[in-house]
Design a protein around this ligand. Structure first.
Ligand code: NDP
Length: 241
């Protein structure tokens, strides 16, 4: 059976790469988006278009989606996965870091939703999966601005569900706990990075992999359209918060 187009943002590392690989194994046509196009192209996946897109640039984001749709048909699944985590002490963190995180993590997600949701509504079919975080459900130290962005993703997803459920479009929010990826590397305070790493080791939250998260997300998508896992809170079994 012909598979429908899947769009994955942030597909150049971490969860995005594992999602791309998992779906490619079953020959879904893919559009992969991120700024480091060479990393996505190096995956060398079949039936896949890679485009260098910053999700905060809605025009470029939309152009890439329409290009992929002209090749593969309309988008049936958008995974809004691109995100950054700039941890910091709210009292002293550079406010430019707050703006950057809210722009990428929240407005980037909303850009993606608006690009695909109208066609999905018209077709009465489709799925949008937004990657929030366990930090979108509960607070963690030095996560204030990151939490603000991830609570927002959860809020926008829950609200969009009210708007899209009557049109048979599924909207899902995923809230992962700590998983080893490049995510922490962009935080600019070395002490905060070191504390986060030692917390992860101390609770033993080191065994769950990005591939495990990708496999679980793929499962939620492949359920029948009438079945909606609204929220997926997923972590290492040993993570104690
Ligand atoms: P990575 O840093 O490994 O991957 C982040 C991805 O987002 C990269 O592909 C990066 O690509 C992309 N990205 C960042 N900024 C932009 C942008 N402006 N435009 C387009 N793409 C962008 O981290 P993860 O895989 O861990 O993160 C994926 C998502 O999961 C994020 O939303 C993150 O907040 C969330 N998450 C992660 C957890 C974890 O512990 N790993 C826990 C909870 C949530 P490029 O730089 O090439 O543009």
């Amino acid at each position: 059976m012909k598979k429908n187009l899947i769009v994955i943002t942030g597909a150049s590392s971490g969860f995005g790469v594992e999602l791309a690989k998992a779906f490619a194994q079953e020959v879904y046509p893919l559009l992969l988006l991120a700024r480091r196009i060479e990393k996505m192209e190096a995956l060398n996946l079949p039936n896949t278009l890679c485009r260098k897109v910053d999700v905060t640039d809605k025009q470029a984001f939309e152009k890439a989606v329409r290009e992929a749709e002209s090749l593969y048909g309309q988008t049936d699944l958008l995974i809004n996965n691109a995100g950054i985590m700039l941890l910091g002490d709210l009292a002293i963190q550079d406010t430019a870091e707050w703006k950057k995180m809210l722009d990428v993590n929240v407005l980037g997600v909303m850009n993606g939703m608006q690009i695909v949701m109208n066609d999905m509504k018209a077709r009465q079919h489709g799925t949008i999966i937004n990657i929030s975080s366990m930090a979108g459900v509960m607070p963690f130290g030095n996560h204030a601005a990151y939490c603000a962005s991830k609570y927002a993703v959860r809020g926008v997803t829950q609200t969009a569900r009210l708007e899209l459920s009557p049109h048979n479009v599924r909207v899902i929010v995923v809230e992962p706990g700590a998983v080893e990826t490049e995510l922490l590397s962009h935080t600019t305070t070395p002490e905060i990075i070191a504390n986060y790493e030692s917390w992860k080791q101390s609770v033993g939250a080191v065994n769950i992999t990005a591939a495990d998260v990708a496999k679980t997300i793929k499962f939620t998508y492949e359920l029948p359209q009438a079945v909606l896992i609204r929220e997926l809170l997923i972590s290492d079994t040993k993570q104690d918060a």
